[in-house]
Design a protein around this ligand. Structure first.
Ligand code: F6P
Length: 341
């Protein structure tokens, strides 16, 4: 009989609970056992574990967050953590780990697989930056949060003739700003994948003013680096990512644009609002498909892959191929967005 160790790693994203439910229910169909580790790798290290039952995954399809908790924790910062993981993996007689995680998870899972701890990663992140899948669990919900925020901000921006700068999350990528901006009617979108100058954004805002549009909404991805930004002041986390939440690129962009256009600016950093909430039906479907597919792979003895959906097909990508790559935003969507600026 197979026994799956389930845990969540990284930042939360809407649809994690849907994926937990899918892995559990598909496992029970096959009479596999599922052990859930609390707060990600921390739970595996401390053997903080609970048996997942049909009852424990009942009623969680639509609930944001994670019933198992989640943490951004790098076990490779101390060899004793890795030893504890290996020990608890054996102690619980696990067949493999199923980790609902992000890019950093793949790096950790790859290293663990090389030390005899097999796993499968189910991709979740609002950033949609995981290589090996067109979409990650949580992205669609976060996009819908951004587009409805833009719907509301349009009213204020237009009534007060303001320049609204809306900062989205997304780490090094512009997926959230791009999809949120297209679906929310942004007047300009600034993402890391597309080169820009402050002057060209300002010129665009002024052109809109001349055409009678005395307000503008500019959506900027948190990972954007402004042309004159001093990279030596960036703070990095334990995985080597810029700590974007503290950089507040939206504020600095707004000041620069206000100085040129003389439109009064206001800034809206959407922040963690994008990570919470009820998953959309698209995220629920994706989480359900990937969860069930993962258990099918367990049945076939397949491990050390990231599952994903590519052009509507369920796929696997070996850790070896995925771990050092970033799924950058598809700039053909930028061409689409540009038509409406
Ligand atoms: O990866 C998801 C994400 O929300 C990023 O968009 C953001 O940069 C980061 O997590 C914030 O991380 P934390 O929860 O550690 O502040």
């Amino acid at each position: 009989m197979k026994r799956i160790g389930l845990l969540c790693d990284g930042g939360d994203a809407p649809g994690i609970n849907t994926a937990i439910r899918a892995v559990a229910r598909a496992s029970f169909e096959r009479e596999y056992e599922v052990l859930g580790f609390i707060d990600g790798f921390k739970g595996l290290i401390e053997n903080d574990v609970k048996i997942i039952t049909k009852m424990s995954v009942s009623g969680i399809l639509t609930v944001g967050g994670s019933i198992l908790g989640i943490s951004r924790f790098n076990p490779y910062k101390d060899p004793k953590y890795v030893e504890a993981i290996k020990e608890n993996f054996k102690k619980n007689s696990l067949t493999l780990l199923v980790i609902i995680g992000d890019r950093d998870t793949i790096t950790i899972a790859k290293k663990l697989s090389e030390e005899g701890v097999p796993s499968i990663v189910i991709p979740k992140t609002i950033d949609n930056d995981i290589y090996g899948t067109d979409y990650s669990i949580g992205f669609d919900t976060a996009v819908s949060v951004i587009s409805s925020a833009l719907d509301n901000l349009h009213a204020t921006a237009s009534a007060h003739h303001r320049l609204m700068v809306v900062e989205t999350m997304g780490r090094e990528t512009g997926w959230l700003a791009l999809f949120g901006g297209v679906t929310g009617g942004a007047d300009y979108i600034v993402i890391p994948e597309v080169p820009f100058t402050i002057e060209e954004i300002a010129a665009h805002i002024e052109k809109r003013k001349k055409e009678g549009k005395n307000f503008s909404i500019v959506v900027v991805a948190e990972g954007v680096v402004l042309p004159d930004e001093d990279r030596s002041t960036f703070e990095y986390d334990e995985f080597g990512h810029k700590v974007n939440a503290k950089r507040m690129v939206g504020y600095r962009l707004a000041t620069k644009l206000e100085n040129i256009t003389h439109l009064k600016s206001r800034v809206m950093v959407l922040g963690y609002l994008q990570r919470g909430g009820v998953p959309t039906s698209a995220d629920r479907l994706l989480a359900t498909q990937l969860g069930v597919f993962t258990v099918d792979l367990v049945a076939k003895g397949i491990a050390n892959v990231v599952v994903g959906v590519n052009k509507s097909e369920l796929t696997t990508t070996p850790y070896e191929e995925a771990f050092d790559k970033i799924h950058m935003a598809d700039t053909t969507y930028y061409e689409l967005a540009r038509i409406f600026f």
